[in-house]
Design a protein. Structure first.
Length: 123
């Protein structure tokens, strides 16, 4: 069993417009926080413990990659969403507080599988 309570921080304006995604994550047992900007994400991280961070690459005030630096030293798993030609991929950035740059990017369905599996392990 993994530590934590499946507290998830979603960073980027796009997550506000995705009520179906939020509902699915909540059904899977995630307590979701949304931060539309890099500064808002930093504020959440100062006041809330989170287990997983999913960030858009491009934020109105910075990037998801900058956010990863703010996660240094926290026991967090993080992915950054990067646009590609016909869609997007999720780049693994941290795994339980350790940088994991260089691991293969995954598609949306694979990220959903990873999150569902995590939710089963934490319950």
């Amino acid at each position: 069993m993994l530590p934590g309570k499946n507290r998830l921080l979603l960073v980027g304006e796009q997550f506000r417009a995705a009520p179906g995604t939020l509902e699915r994550l909540r059904r899977w047992g995630f307590d979701c926080h949304i931060a539309p900007t890099l500064d808002a994400a930093r504020d959440v991280l100062r006041s809330e413990a989170v287990d997983v961070v999913l960030s858009q690459e491009r934020l109105t005030d910075g990037s998801g990659f900058q956010l990863v630096h703010a996660l240094s030293g926290l026991p967090v798993t993080a992915y950054v969403c990067v646009a590609v030609e016909d869609g997007f991929l999720w780049v693994p950035a941290m795994e339980q507080g350790r940088a994991c740059w260089g691991r293969p990017a995954i598609g949306p369905s694979e990220l959903a599988r990873v999150l569902r599996e995590r939710s089963r392990l934490v319950r």
